[in-house]
Design a protein around this ligand. Structure first.
Ligand code: OAD
Length: 250
């Protein structure tokens, strides 16, 4: 599918789902999960740090990594991909934004009601009693090479506080998953942006949309194989999304 054909299909859509992964925030300077880590965490695959086992085995290593990411997000700005997605709401009858990202860059670009399938860096909670906490970041600058940090204790039960994200092996938040499924089943245009499609169940969403007859378009800067019924636009999210919108809604 060419950019123009995707734009025509987007223009005719009644309900659009935009589904984003780490590639959507990469150009804001947030490393993707498949990028190699450096410094304190260089011996780790990010997927290894995103587990309950990693947190239990070495809480300060794991908590330090998430707090470092949280600070990185705080210092980052939304990019043109986030802005184009926020702008899309003005052009289509219905838009649902579903993200695997744990940052708030969609919201800061102006998208409202973003469905976060993998939680948020900004909602840490007690590992024992589940109480959510609002925590100020412990550093003003980004520690060079990363920093170990002891997780704070819960004010209610003294348990350890953990990041408010979904780790491998954990269930997705039920409400978010159900809302995403409902949108995916109703949509007629599904735009997947900057995701490797390797992590389930989120990676099922494009297939479900396809099964329901939606046009499915993947935007990624690295080409990968898609079925003959799906479409692929190769290029960076911050370049491809504004171009797609300009062509669809000149
Ligand atoms: P990944 O890091 O697996 O993949 C990022 C994708 O973005 C890759 O396919 C890149 O080619 C693409 N990409 C990178 N930069 C891009 C750019 N500027 N424009 C367009 N595409 C770009 O990230 P996710 O697919 O989001 O889960 O990973 C899914 C989940 O796995 C994450 O939510 C996280 C992770 O482990 C949990 O932590 C549970």
């Amino acid at each position: 599918m060419t950019m123009d054909a995707a734009a025509r299909s987007l223009r005719e859509a009644k309900h659009v789902v935009v589904f984003t992964g780490a590639g959507a925030s990469a150009e804001s300077g947030i490393p993707t999960f498949r990028d190699a880590l450096t410094g304190l965490w260089e011996r780790f695959d990010p997927a290894q740090l995103a587990t309950p086992e990693a947190y239990r085995a070495d809480p300060s290593l794991c908590w330090g990594w998430y707090e470092w990411r949280r600070r990185k997000v705080e210092l980052a700005q939304p990019n043109d991909a986030h802005r184009a997605i926020a702008d899309l709401v003005k052009h289509v009858p219905k838009l649902t934004v579903v993200t695997q990202n744990v940052d708030d860059l969609h919201e800061r670009a102006g998208s409202l009601e973003v469905i976060h399938l993998h939680g948020s860096l900004n909602s840490p909670r007690c590992i024992d009693c589940g109480l959510t906490h609002t925590l100020a970041l412990p550093f003003d600058t980004l520690p060079e090479g990363g920093a170990r940090l002891e997780p704070p204790a819960c004010s209610a039960c003294n348990g350890s506080i953990r990041p408010g994200v979904v780790w491998f092996g954990e269930m997705l938040p039920e409400q978010a998953w159900n809302d995403a499924l409902e949108a995916v089943e109703a949509c007629d245009f599904f735009l997947s942006v900057g995701t490797s499609g390797m992590v389930y169940p989120a990676a099922e969403l494009p297939l479900r949309a396809l099964g329901n007859g939606a046009t499915v378009v993947h935007v990624n800067q690295v080409r990968f194989d898609v079925s003959s019924r799906e479409h692929f636009l190769e290029g960076s999210a911050s370049r491809m999304l504004p171009t797609l919108l300009c062509r669809a809604f000149p």
